[in-house]
Design a protein around this ligand. Structure first.
Ligand code: F0G
Length: 434
């Protein structure tokens, strides 16, 4: 299966060998994507084959990414693949969250069930496979925390040397702890995500380090399988809407590409609409989408949100994301800190839980149904991108009324659940419970 890299810019479409170490088009600077020009998988055959792999004990078949390897046919030799059995994440119905969001029904595709607790693992297994195939020794990323946790784990498992760059003081301890534990050399840079990305790109070029940010097209290929697995779980009935948080916009790009390919190859009969939700203080894509011309993204100089995973002012994948959201007849919404915090508590009460950025989905759904953009009886899947334990500090502060929004205003613990200190005395505790 001949795979190539192709420039995403419609006016350019320059093509490159899949084994070239490049992240942007050398002709126009555009983003690159993997392209499988002559590939036409037979939908009926693939669906049966993928289902049969679920009972296999072969490592590749047990991976919720490589089980669908015909969707991502850029590797020829699977010996370069390292799997931690990523993917395999559940699709969880959540009636209480549906009601809060103004919907009859809602299901969460929970990527927090991944080996390192976020959707990044789906992409990272592919990025690391490509790094090994290219013979790269050192890999690097800038991250708001989840990419670095994931890269550290997969690089560790693959015997590569991971270098992690994070904005100092701006990622949750759960994520920082993972990078350290998995053995990544970790640099806390005194700058924001967008500034550090420029720095790391320069270092990667100068020192021959392989860059594993979502600008890497192979990571995007892996994240496509989140959609494939979700549709497999739904017997290939495409929902009306797919809702996801937007930061650097790699996931939006991946989901759109996956859905377009699945539609083209007749796995599904219609395209779901993508709804991307951003945090109000870091919403450049929202502004772009709702601008008259939708031409150029205006960077947010100082992005602010407690949902640190999506605290990004200059998302690299915006051209792809804009194309995908437009193509799917989708939309972009933004939500405030209070809305994210309350939606997160509701997801918690469903027994599901997620990290703050993921909860932007439910807060966004609530806004979109209230505005009439999303119908009450719509069939909706929201993607929870990270595990509840990624940011316990946020949770404790919310429930105890100590959570502060970026500009100092308190977040109300609308659904707060205070722990109660009691004496070691059955009588008094019984009295309290009465
Ligand atoms: N949700 C979580 C939990 C994330 O960690 C991220 C991104 C997003 C949503 C946004 O996804 O960038 O594809 O639009 N985290 C990156 C990181 C930036 O470095 O871990 P996106």
């Amino acid at each position: 299966m001949p795979a190539e890299l192709v420039c995403f810019e419609p006016g350019c479409r320059a093509r490159y060998r899949v084994t070239e170490v490049i992240y942007n088009c050398t002709r126009c600077g555009g983003l690159l994507e993997a392209d499988y020009a002559e590939w036409e998988p037979d939908a009926g055959h693939m669906k049966a084959l993928w289902r049969s792999r679920r009972i296999s004990n072969a490592p590749l078949d047990q991976s919720g990414v490589w089980r669908y390897r015909e969707m991502i046919p850029f590797v020829e030799d699977f010996r370069s693949v390292v799997t931690l059995r990523e993917g395999n994440t559940p699709l969880l119905p959540a009636p209480k969250a549906a009601e809060y969001g103004g919907l009859d029904r809602l299901a969460f595709k929970h990527q927090g069930f991944n080996p390192t607790g976020s959707f990044k693992d789906n992409g990272m297994t592919c990025g690391v496979a490509q790094a090994r195939r290219l013979g790269m020794r050192r890999v690097a990323c800038v991250s708001t925390g989840n990419t670095s946790a994931s890269m550290a784990a997969y690089a560790g498992a693959a015997g590569l040397d991971p270098l992690v760059f994070i904005p100092h003081g701006n990622i949750s301890y759960g994520k920082l702890a993972q990078a350290l534990e998995y053995g990544a050399r970790t640099f806390q840079v005194e700058a924001n995500f967008d500034q550090i990305l420029a720095l790391v790109r320069e270092l990667a070029e100068r020192l021959g380090i392989y860059l594993l940010n979502s600008i890497n097209p192979f990571r995007i290929e892996g994240q496509k399988t989140i959609m494939v697995e979700m549709l497999d779980q739904r017997e290939w009935h495409a929902p009306d809407w797919i809702v996801l948080p937007g930061g650097n916009l790699g996931n939006t790009s991946a989901f759109g590409k996956a859905l377009r390919e699945l539609k083209r190859w007749e796995f599904i009969d219609h395209m779901p609409r993508l709804a991307v939700i951003q945090a109000e203080g870091a919403a450049p894509f929202y502004e772009l989408f709702h601008s008259r011309e939708r031409r150029r993204l205006a960077t947010v100089e100082h992005p602010e949100t407690l949902a640190t995973a999506i605290k990004i002012g200059d998302p690299v994948s915006w051209p792809k994301a804009l194309y995908e959201v437009t193509e799917s007849c989708g939309t972009v919404e933004k939500v405030g800190e209070q809305e994210i915090a309350d939606a997160k508590a509701i997801i918690g009460q469903c027994g599901i839980g997620c990290e703050p950025a993921s909860a932007a989905t439910l807060a966004g759904i609530r806004k979109l149904t209230a505005a009439g953009t999303m119908a009450r009886d719509a069939d909706v899947v929201a993607v929870l991108t990270g595990n509840v334990l990624k940011d316990p500090d946020y949770i404790y502060r919310y429930h105890t009324g100590q959570l502060e929004a970026p500009h100092g205003s308190r977040i109300r613990p609308t659904f707060g659940n205070q722990p109660v200190v009691v004496p070691n005395d059955a009588e008094k505790i019984a009295a309290l419970l009465a």
